[in-house]
Ligand binder design. Structure first.
Ligand code: IPE
Ligand code: IPE
Ligand code: MG
Length: 236
């Protein structure tokens, strides 16, 4: 049973296995992404109801550009569709959308609908739904380090004044607490460049379920596993 008094504040998810889900059904890869979108809908809703404060999902990595043009543009088309279909409901449910990553490099129509979702939901106070898009943990740290170096160059900051806090200030996740748990579906056990800085003390939960099959029930199971972990943060 889930203890509703101890719901993780920040859940991060690596939504993996869309391709294998489709393959196992003899469907095209895009059908897997499509089904994945439906799973995402359910998990956003469940997060809201359970009282998760931040849900961060990995939707497109800086490495995912290596895929075929067809797949990459298919994913972005699906993203636009998702926002068109879901924005109204997200807004009604008081969800605040945020994007982590260099999303302005996405196709123009995707950037536009993303900006619309940010603008529409900016004053909402419910679940914060962070979508990692064209996101890479190394890229994120690199950007922060460059900004700090520029401040040092301009004489605005001394090298010895660089702290963990100044680095964090320039991460995409500035102001967001570190994820309490990171779920990865599809049996893969790696971070794939996700939240490298922020995952220092996150609990990792791996499940063999492919992302399109990740239901509310599966989600609740992972939260139960999380609640049975003993977190020490280096202490006794
Ligand atoms: C995850 O599913 C979604 C994205 C990376 C966009 P995959 O497309 O990676 O599915 P698999 O890993 O090939 O099964
Ligand atoms: C990680 O999945 C990225 C997303 C889920 C968006 P990948 O499928 O791209 O990761 P690798 O290539 O298996 O490490
Ligand atoms: Mg994958």
């Amino acid at each position: 049973m889930i203890d509703f008094d101890r719901i993780p504040a920040h859940v991060a998810v690596i939504m993996d296995g869309n391709g294998r889900w489709a393959q196992s059904r003899n469907l095209p890869h895009m059908a897997g992404h499509n089904a994945g979108m439906l799973a995402l809908k359910e998990i956003v809703k469940a997060s809201s109801t359970m009282g998760v404060q931040y849900l961060t999902v990995y939707a497109f990595s800086t490495e995912n550009w290596k895929r075929s043009m067809e797949e990459v543009s298919g994913i972005f088309k699906l993203l636009v569709l998702y926002i068109e279909k879901e924005l109204k409901e997200l807004h009604e449910n008081n969800v605040k959308v945020k994007i982590l990553g260099d999303y302005e490099k996405l196709p123009k129509d995707a950037v536009k609908s993303l900006q619309r979702s940010l603008e529409t939901t900016k004053d909402n106070s419910g679940l914060q739904f962070n979508i990692a898009l064209n996101y890479g943990g190394r890229d994120e740290i690199l950007r922060s380090v460059k900004k700090l170096a520029m401040e040092v160059e301009a004489g605005k900051l001394k090298a010895e004044e660089i702290t963990e806090e100044t680095i964090v200030k320039y991460l995409y996740t500035a102001g967001i607490p570190d994820p309490d748990m990171i779920i990865r579906t599809s049996g893969e056990m790696r971070l794939s460049n996700y939240l490298l800085w922020q995952s220092a003390y996150s609990e990792f939960i791996f499940t063999d379920v492919f992302w399109p099959d990740f239901s509310k029930k599966e989600y609740e199971k992972t939260i139960e596993i999380f609640q049975n972990r003993k977190r020490r943060f280096g202490g006794r």
